[in-house]
Ligand binder design. Sequence first.
Ligand SMILES: [Zn+2]
Length: 293
Amino acid sequence: MSDTATRVVKDNMIGLRMPDVDVWSERVVTVLGQNPGPFTGPGTNTYLVGTSKRPLLLDTGQGLPQYLPLLERALAEHRAGGEIERIVLTHAHPDHLGGVEQVRARFGALPVLKRPWPGMDGAVGDAIAIDEGAVIETDGATLRAVHTPGHAEDHLCYWLEEERAVFTGDVVLGAGTTVIPEHGGDLLDYMTSLRRLLALEPDVIYPAHGPKIRDASAKIREYIAHRELREAQILALLEQGVGEVAEMVSRMYADVPKFLHAAAGTSVRSHLRKLEREGRARRDGDAWALVSP
Ligand SMILES: [Zn+2]
């Protein structure tokens, strides 16, 4: 257990730094959202995608004032002073959608493309609805949407055909592990989403947080293995009659700093809900128990 616990600490994204603007390929330029934090690491990666002066913007960050000058700088330095053509979103979480109004205020009433999530879309209630399989073309780049729920039910990843790359949003991160939130998160769906990404056999991953991932398949396998290991630990505890989340967390994450225990509790509950959906565990008052076969 201690190896995994250590890895969780080492892999958390606190303190990781990334450039404000960076060129990742001839058709992909990153602009950092300027919103670092415990769950966003160095901040949200937003992406200019396309080779012309009219690239699309994939995710918009959180809407912080420091972001817009960097977006303008990236366009000036790398897209001949061009303008954003439209906005494409991975999902409705505020660190991805929060910059839409700001970007529209600067570049005009740009169309926004996303998979609808009723009640969560807020400022982008007027978005153009897209879903699994949607193809978005811009100069020099073709994106295909892949519905990948689990972190958020509206989550789309985007396959970049020209590079065998995949923009993974919050499904696979450049550092740390993805949160499966109580609202809109589902670990069973998430595992299916990871396997779908693995089946694409991408060469490279462009995540929404942290650096690009060159060994894409190995990283996705590592994500799958990490959750499988946690599940095995939880099943072992349930077998021993340890069924209260706080007790499970203190045993599983003994050598992880206490400030991460709340996040660990969310993770343990996501596993328990998965096991419940699979008919393998059930709630028993405040505790959980195995369903006997
Ligand atoms: Zn998210």
